[in-house]
Design a protein around this ligand. Structure first.
Ligand code: ADP
Ligand code: ADP
Length: 229
């Protein structure tokens, strides 16, 4: 079976500074890949190239048989909305909207009817233990709750690929474990691929496979750390 996502020879510079110097990545449907490495090594740049947010200077990104790097911006943006989900370090929920509305938003933007969107959002909030705070505002949530809401929002529209950039960076280790368990469980259940950028071994321990980025290159195929380290 051909991979869901396949990147080859990715290079990207910001001015004279090379951030990526020839990176290859593959991801199968339902697979969780951790990208680890020190700060400034190029992890976020790689994630943004794989998600079609940045265009690489050289190399290819093939998603589901199509060249993402060659697609017109409009088509790429549409793909990001309909087939990709995103989780960032700080949930980036819309602060003025209740949690329920935040989670329903991708469905509403995707043209679903309000009733169906709210019903689906409720199911996700219940599944992630957030139904008691559904009508609260994001500012009233704990860090862990906000990240669980961000996961619900990233997965509500049924993406095939989820990109997570330091999803637990602002959490204590107990909340981080809960968030990673939920992210991996719900993604596996939906057979979505997940790429998680992290500098924490305990987060990488949830992945099926792990690569280390150092100075813009994949340094070596790293072993997945044992849980609880
Ligand atoms: P992290 O290393 O945790 O991903 P950074 O603080 O390095 O976060 O970067 C945060 C954001 O700023 C990213 O979107 C990154 O692309 C951008 N960024 C990083 N370094 C620079 C820079 N030298 N100039 C402009 N933007 C940058
Ligand atoms: P990481 O995610 O591993 O911390 P990044 O991908 O954010 O690393 O950054 C890799 C390198 O590229 C760093 O030297 C960073 O300063 C630089 N960089 C990232 N984004 C930008 C940007 N938008 N403008 C200029 N430099 C950037």
């Amino acid at each position: 079976m051909s991979p869901l996502l396949h990147a080859h020879g990715l290079r990207k510079s910001f001015g004279p500074t090379p951030a990526l110097r020839g990176v290859d990545v593959q991801l199968k449907a339902g697979e969780v890949l951790a990208v680890i490495g020190p700060s400034g090594s190029g992890k976020s740049t790689l994630l943004h190239c794989l998600a079609g947010i940045l265009t690489p200077d050289a190399g290819e990104v093939t998603y589901d048989g199509s060249r993402l790097d060659l697609m017109p911006d409009k088509r790429r943006a549409q793909l990001r909305r309909t087939e990709f989900g995103f989780v960032f370090q700080f949930g980036q929920l819309v602060p003025e909207l209740p949690v329920l509305e935040n989670v329903a938003l991708p469905l509403l933007l995707g043209g679903h009817k309000r009733r169906a969107a709210v019903d689906t959002a409720w199911r996700w909030l219940t599944r992630l233990g957030l139904d008691p705070v559904a009508y609260g505002l994001p500012g009233e949530l704990s860090g862990g709750q906000a990240q669980r809401a961000a996961i619900a929002r990233a997965l509500v529209a049924g993406p095939r690929l989820v990109f997570a950039d330091e999803p637990t960076g602002a959490l204590d280790s107990v909340a981080a474990d809960t968030v990673m368990e939920l992210l991996v469980d719900v993604a596996k259940a939906a057979r979505a691929g997940v790429i998680v950028v992290t500098h924490e071994a305990r987060v990488a321990a949830y992945a099926d496979r792990c690569i280390t980025v150092r100075d813009g290159r994949v340094a070596y195929p790293a072993a997945v750390p044992a849980r609880g380290t």
